[in-house]
Design a protein around this ligand. Structure first.
Ligand code: PLP
Length: 457
């Protein structure tokens, strides 16, 4: 092809993009105008690499978007999807089923800790979150605790873009234009403090006490009005915020004390990112529900879901009994819940994770990855580096009056000049490579970050 992706005309004439085709697509969570002036177009992917529209091989430091944990284009997953499409493309998930949905649910339940052994399938992380919140509200209602309607999230939390997830999320920009959303939502304080935690490897020692803020909310609202607390075990979208040591354990204790359900949003921390099937296992804390998505199919087919503790599921079945066997127990679901292609992809993905020991691999690589990332300390503008599992954040001081500018330029330079895909979260550069990343590739990613940051004024 030979076109430089900076040169839109060349890209269009190369056949990678016909003229005018940039206009119609309104891109999600993207600076559309800047992108369309200088598109970052990817046309192929294999293993740890993308192929750009101009033919360059680009190292993927982000596993797509925290999702392609087994790497790109893995043959067994591709083959499973192809076979499934040719065999059974679709069945209605309401009142009908297909075997792979049941098989995948059993496999996921077997990976989850404690009695988290029931799985409700959806198609994204956002749907998983809104589903979990609705199950929490409905559970209390059928158990005769209908006053428990308040939901508690956390500042700097990200739980997707549905009205529920937006409301419990703690990111101002995601909330400010969309009205009040859910009533009766409150937030715990963020667990991050640069003053107390800067340049920590893994879980910071400071901050477990921040869980006690839930006691303040209980005093303020009364436990009888609070249905559930939802947190990401590791904050992701606002720039990798590892949980302080002991924080999640403390949150669990306080929830138990007051009959409040605890939901872990593991959309990014699930499926090996932190070296375990779920962060719940890493921390030895069993929540009442886990939301998952992304890594369950290694990003190949959209899928999400909610893992629910057995007794919560059973309460719905018991309530259904009263209305007769043919009564629907939960009035909720999606046309594509448990889609056959997603289930086939999920089963093949879980096989790969198991057969290649990828969760254990991530655990073993964690110190090497952390070392490579923390070596970036001292580069211009770097004010903090955080690492956990195969996840790292390199935070830059914002340019006065132009927050996000340095982050944008660093990621842009990495793509165009240093052949690496990195992710921007404001002025933080985030790395989340696939679990198949090699030590050499970790070193290459560190080199790309170093070169990209050095170019940012
Ligand atoms: C913790 C968390 N929850 C929910 C979501 C939303 O997932 P989706 O974009 O698939 O709707 C994300 C997405 O990154 C996430 O990180």
């Amino acid at each position: 092809m030979g076109a430089h992706p900076n040169d839109l005309h060349a890209l269009q004439t190369s056949g990678a993009l016909p003229p005018d085709e940039l206009d119609a697509y309104w891109m999600p969570y993207t600076a559309n105008r800047a992108f369309k002036r200088r598109p970052r177009l990817l046309v192929g992917a294999e293993g740890m690499h993308y192929t750009a529209a101009d033919g360059r091989r680009i190292l993927d430091g982000t596993a797509g978007l925290w999702c392609c944990n087994a790497g790109h284009g893995r043959a067994p997953i591709v083959a499973a999807i192809q076979r499934q499409a040719a065999t059974l493309d679709f069945t209605a998930p309401f009142q009908f089923g297909h075997p792979k949905a049941f098989q995948l649910a059993s496999r996921i339940a077997a990976l989850a800790p404690g009695d988290l052994d029931r799985v409700f399938f959806v198609n994204s992380g956002s749907e998983a979150v809104d589903t979990a919140l609705k199950i929490a509200l409905a559970f209390h209602a059928i158990e005769g605790r209908g006053t428990r309607q308040r939901l508690v999230g956390r500042e700097r939390g990200y739980h997707g873009v549905g009205f529920g997830g937006m409301a419990v999320g703690g990111i101002g920009a995601n909330r400010k234009l969309f009205g009040p959303g859910l009533a009766g939502v409150d937030h715990l304080p963020t667990t991050y403090s640069r003053e107390h935690q800067a340049f920590t490897r893994g879980e910071p020692a400071w901050g477990a006490h921040l869980a006690d803020d839930l006691e303040r909310l209980v005093l303020l609202h009364d436990a009888s009005t609070i249905a559930a607390v939802i947190v990401e075990p590791m904050g992701g979208s606002t720039g990798v915020l590892p949980p302080p040591k002991g924080y999640l354990e403390r949150l669990r204790l306080i929830c138990d004390r007051h009959g409040i359900l605890l939901i872990f949003d593991e959309v990014i921390s699930g499926f090996g990112r932190l070296g375990y099937a779920f962060a719940a296992e890493r921390y030895g804390v069993v929540p009442d529900m886990i939301t998952f998505a992304k890594g369950v199919t290694s990003g190949t087919v959209p899928m999400g879901g909610v893992l629910v503790r057995g007794p919560i599921h059973d309460a719905f079945m018991a309530a259904g009994e009263k209305a007769g066997e043919r009564a629907v127990e939960l009035f909720h679901g999606h046309t594509y819940s448990g889609h056959p292609l997603a289930c086939a992809a999920g089963l093949a993905t879980l096989d790969l994770y198991r057969d290649e020991g990828l969760f254990e691999r991530a655990r073993a690589l964690e110190p090497t990855f952390a070392e490579a990332m923390h070596m970036l300390r001292g580069l211009p503008h770097v004010v903090d580096i955080r690492t956990l599992g195969l996840t790292a954040a390199v935070e830059l001081a914002p340019r006065p009056g132009a927050p996000g500018g340095r982050g944008y330029e660093a990621v842009e330079a990495a793509f165009f000049e240093h052949d690496a895909v990195l992710r921007q979260a404001g002025d933080t550069v985030v790395l989340t490579p696939a679990l198949i990343v090699s030590e050499d590739e970790i070193a290459m990613l560190a080199t790309s970050v170093r070169a990209s940051l050095s170019a940012v004024p």
